[in-house]
Design a protein around this ligand. Structure first.
Ligand code: UD1
Ligand code: MG
Length: 383
């Protein structure tokens, strides 16, 4: 039996934000959504989310997420205190408890699956994920022997100078034998720099306690401030771009473009510099996007060209050309081979195939037929 508990009750003081930390967005999903997604494939029997600071807001943000049990931690007296709140809901539970910090959003599903498998194979009381960092500042340091057996975790702020030189850090991801953890949880003490109950102190009370080092230290980046938020965003963006380049998308200047998890690209798409894709956008085969365009929850069929334009919640059929400097707003529907030119805004309108809206126009709540084009007067030959 497997239960997963995500610690999401903290305020996130270091973010200096009105938004609870776990609701900060990262490439279009919140931190807590990413953490929950990272263990979905394990199909846990129980999924518990520990909420506290702005609990209602955190709960409301996850209303579409099925099967979650919300457990209130009030006040928030540390990660150990957070897990103590599980003693009641998990009173009859027997099995493994996977504890995930709600601010560690880059973990791969496979890494968590491997941790669980190693834990089950060794029969340890707890197995935790660690990493070696060149700059371990801020993280808890893990003291372990050559066999991977952990004797203690000491928080950065509680470390001596000598202890700080240890570069093996605690990722905040643990697999516990729940019964054995439950037996020691009441013994946690708050004799540390923050005066809080630390979950990390339970590790020294459990034996054997083992650790598994991650190969890719980027995965365990914890987010405590906006700098770390930006670093994680960069890692996710890099992963997404690499994925799509391997799938056959050309990025002329990859680092200048941002993507979302939900965006899908066909083959032979060319993305010019400074393009941004948001939400569940779909880009068909052979499209050419950019430079300088924003595609937000839009559907583009094959061979669409977009230059310096914004396309938001709009549908564009094959062979259309958009821009430069056009805006397609929600509900704009273009049939095949339309042309939308400079300084044109289209909202909630249907444009028939082959039609042209070449310049300086607003089209709203309208229905244009097929092959609608600018009226040509009998212009002098010199025009
Ligand atoms: C924690 C670990 C540290 C580890 C680091 C990894 C402890 C004592 N320290 O430190 O060893 O290196 O994560 O990122 O656990 N939370 C609650 N209730 C609380 C306090 C926190 O639910 O009362 C939640 C927070 O919302 C957050 C998570 O627990 O999602 C971690 O809390 P945080 O304060 O960020 O701990 P760190 O200082 O990062
Ligand atoms: Mg943290």
């Amino acid at each position: 039996m497997l239960a997963v508990a995500v610690l999401a009750a903290g305020k996130g003081t270091r973010m200096k934000s009105d938004l609870p930390k776990v609701l900060q967005p990262l490439a279009g999903a919140t931190l807590v959504e990413r953490v929950l997604a990272s263990c979905r494939s394990l199909r846990p029997e129980r999924q518990l989310l520990i909420v506290g600071h702005q609990a209602e807001r955190v709960e409301a943000s996850l209303s579409a997420w099925g099967g979650l049990e919300f457990v209130l931690q009030q006040p928030q007296n540390g990660t150990g205190h957070a897990v103590q709140q599980l003693l009641e809901p998990l009173a009859d539970f027997d099995g493994e408890l996977l504890v995930l910090n709600g601010d560690v959003p880059l973990l791969r599903e496979q890494t968590i699956a491997d941790l669980l498998q190693r834990h089950r194979a060794s029969g340890a009381a707890v197995t935790l994920l660690t990493a070696r960092l060149t700059d371990p500042t801020g993280y808890g340091r893990v003291f372990a022997d050559a066999e991977g057996q952990v004797s203690a975790i000491v928080e950065h702020r509680d470390c001596s100078e000598a202890q700080r030189r240890n570069t093996l850090i605690n990722a905040g991801i643990y697999c516990f034998d729940w019964r054995r953890l439950a037996a020691v949880l009441p013994q946690l003490r708050s004799d540390n720099d923050q005066g809080e109950l630390y979950l990390t102190d339970s590790v020294a009370m459990l034996s054997p306690a083992m650790h598994v080092e991650v190969a890719d230290a980027d995965e365990i980046n914890g987010i405590n401030d906006r700098l770390q938020l930006a670093q994680c965003e960069a890692v996710i963006q890099d992963r997404l771009r690499c994925h799509w380049m391997r799938e056959g998308v050309t990025f002329v200047d990859p680092g200048s473009c941002t993507l979302s998890d939900g965006t899908r690209f066909g083959r032979d798409v060319v993305v010019e510099p400074q393009c941004h894709f948001r939400g569940d956008s779909v880009i068909g085969d052979g499209c050419r996007i950019g430079p300088g365009s924003l595609i937000d929850n839009a559907r583009l069929a094959d061979r669409v060209e977009v230059v310096y334009s914004v396309v938001r919640q709009a549908t564009v059929a094959e062979g259309c050309a958009i821009g430069p400097f056009a805006q397609l707003r929600p509900g704009a529907e273009l049939e095949a081979d339309c042309r939308v030119g400079n300084f044109v805004e289209i909202k909630n309108s249907h444009i028939g195939s082959g039609s042209k809206v070449n310049h300086l126009s607003y089209i709203g709540d309208a229905d244009l037929g097929t092959a609608v084009k600018p009226w040509r007067s009998a212009a002098p030959a010199s025009w």
